[in-house]
Design a protein around this ligand. Sequence first.
Ligand code: GLU
Length: 317
Amino acid sequence: MDIDLADLRAHPSSDVFEEVLAEVADDVRELVGVGEVADYIPALARVPADRFGMAVADLHGDLHTVGEADRPFSIQSISKVFSLILATQRFEGDLWDRVGREPSGDPFNSLVQLEHECGVPRNPFINAGAIVIADVLSSCLADPLGELVALVSELAGAEIPIDGEVARSEASTGYRNRSLANLMKAFGNIQGEPDDVLDIYFAQCALTMSARQLATALRFLANDGVDPASGHRVLDVEKARRINALMLTCGTYDAAGEFAFRVGIPCKSGVGGGIVGVIPHHLTACAWSPALDRTGNSVAGRAAIEQLVERTGLSVF
Ligand code: GLU
């Protein structure tokens, strides 16, 4: 179809999104199932690879979907955005003394930089950084996991569950994450007991949400920190911008440069196959397809976000 881009930019809630999404689903059809489902967490290895769903939340509070946008999946690393939001809201110390703001250029579970950089992770979106954020949350909240689930549920407008089987499965095989936590403890950058902090981290990664719920929950990032449906301010404008900046530079592991080059919007991915993308002042999108490339990003999910940007002409640049 011919899309009137000027109209789309002027009226982001226009029905055009439904048509754009149908075309995007068509564009990526051949990529659905290409790649490998994450199998280092045994419970995730059972997820069928040939799934695809996508949702777009616009600034009028409307949702547009295609495919299996209501099928819940394991959000994995996308949970790192929510834990950072909670820490940004509630922690009164300087978070950035404990975790950096630079892309890592290394895989999400790498130990290499931590040794050289004295236990301070490069950013909050690699595993080491998210484990530090889990420690920060346990130091300032009586029930960090309960508060995190409450925040995610409030933002999504639905009760969001933790899949206990996925959390246990990861806990029983999470040797790298244990190494990261113990190394950071040795450097004094974890205050709690590493196993207690990891319990929170594994549970947050096992939050289970649909593409629709993720697009809904993070739509405030496209609207300067305010939920466009309720008018509720989740974060002040500077903090919302900074989360977007971190998503752009660090949200897709060691493929962040490639994502910025090809997709060009803030994104956060997870090894459950989800990718959330934000186009500030326009929309938040979530694409899900479980088969991953070797950097841990969904093949069809990335292509879908890329096509959405391409077809709408919306961008941060
Ligand atoms: N729970 C996963 C891990 O720690 C998260 C990784 C991801 O989604 O990138 O390995």
